[in-house]
Design a protein around this ligand. Structure first.
Ligand code: SF4
Length: 364
């Protein structure tokens, strides 16, 4: 069986042509999948019965199953999706006023090794295919009632998106296509630790997605301790690549800074950040750390966080504290998957859905 979400458009057209079928059938199938949220060919009622049968014999719509589905009182929902090979990833739907934002993964695990992150603890297993990336969007969209649509995508889940750039770009082509999810490029954010050659490929492609660069430290010594891949890159080349992206796209840059209690939240860190970001049209997202079981890092003390933010704003940095959503559902990257690796040594049965309604509010 072939995953239709991983089948190039031309291949599917050729498959139809081999059966003497008109090309518009492909458009109909896409409409059923992306607009009408069909999960089976049988639901595609305006296709001939024979074609529906042939499609079901040859193709699947997606290749995963939901191994866990968690809901938080603030409306955040997280899916743990299990692929055909047993690997699992996470993706999240975040409700915020009229926004319906999804956070999706690009790899099983992650090779970047950020010391505070649950996703990177076991390294990277493999890249997700473009179809697996699209499937996360469809599964999260299917949670919404029919009159609600996805509004924003952030590529900030498990994995380093720019380490799987080709598959990601193919998936985002589907997300932005009028025959796909029809999202504007400006509603899509790619978050990266900063891989300059891949950022330059984004410049060449000219899609003008929003770029968010995770800094987490204002100098190379500390950044290499927190984000080991920095050792071979360095902050300056990353900032230079981000500047090139800004010049070509005109899109304001975002820098992410996970604030770790006692580690990167000192006044001298804030002052150095002011120097680094001076003169750049950028937003600094400060994200108070969400503790991960088994890791020794702490949420910053409120007074330290306040002092850190005050130095930044006084220094002219455009800064915001990012709200955390769904803390009680292991919302930090990789936590749900790790809790299942510990709790569910046997893979959950295909198509099983374990839903957990959580009593207390998770949003901060
Ligand atoms: S924070 Fe992101 S880049 Fe770093 S290890 Fe986790 S998933 Fe990878």
């Amino acid at each position: 069986m072939r995953n239709l979400l991983d089948t190039p458009h031309d291949d599917f057209q050729a498959w139809l042509a081999e059966r003497g079928l008109p090309g518009y059938r492909a458009k109909q199938v896409r409409r059923w999948i992306f607009e009408k949220r069909a999960l089976s060919f049988d639901a595609m009622s305006d296709l001939p019965k024979k074609l529906r049968t042939e499609l079901a014999e040859e193709f699947t719509i997606g290749s995963g199953s939901v191994a866990a589905h968690r809901l938080a009182a603030d409306g955040t929902e997280k899916l743990l999706v299990q692929w055909h090979d047993g690997h699992k990833i996470e993706c999240v739907l975040i409700r915020d006023h009229d926004r319906r934002t999804i956070c999706i993964s690009t790899q099983v695990g992650c090779a970047m090794g950020c010391v505070f992150c649950a996703s990177g603890l076991d390294g990277v297993e493999r890249n997700l295919t473009s179809g697996e990336i699209v499937e996360q969007m469809l599964r999260l969209q299917s949670i919404l009632p029919p009159d609600e649509r996805l509004t924003n995508v952030v590529v900030m889940g498990m994995g380093e998106p720019l380490a799987n750039l080709a598959n990601l770009l193919t998936a985002l082509d589907t997300a932005t296509s009028p025959e796909g999810l029809g999202l504007g490029a400006r509603r899509i954010t790619i978050s990266t630790v900063g891989l300059p050659p891949a950022i330059d490929r984004l410049v060449e492609r000219g899609n003008h997605y929003h770029l968010a660069v995770s800094l987490h430290a204002p100098d190379d010594e500390l950044r290499t301790r927190l984000v080991p891949v920095n050792k071979n890159i360095g902050i300056e080349p990353i900032l230079a690549a981000a500047d090139r992206y800004f010049e070509s796209s005109g899109r304001r840059l975002t820098f992410e800074y996970v604030l770790l209690g006692g580690l990167n939240d000192r006044p001298h860190h804030a002052r150095r950040l002011v120097e680094l970001l001076r003169g750049r049209l950028a937003l600094l997202n400060v994200i108070p750390y969400n503790p991960v079981a088994g890791l020794p890092y702490e949420t910053p003390k409120p007074a330290d966080q306040e002092r850190f933010l005050s130095i930044l704003t006084t220094g002219g940095v455009n800064v915001q504290v990012r709200q955390r959503k769904g803390d009680k559902i292991d919302a930090a990257c990789g936590q749900l998957r790790r809790s299942h690796l510990r709790l569910l040594p046997e893979p959950a049965p295909a198509n099983s859905v374990a839903s957990e309604e959580l009593g207390s509010s998770g949003g901060v």
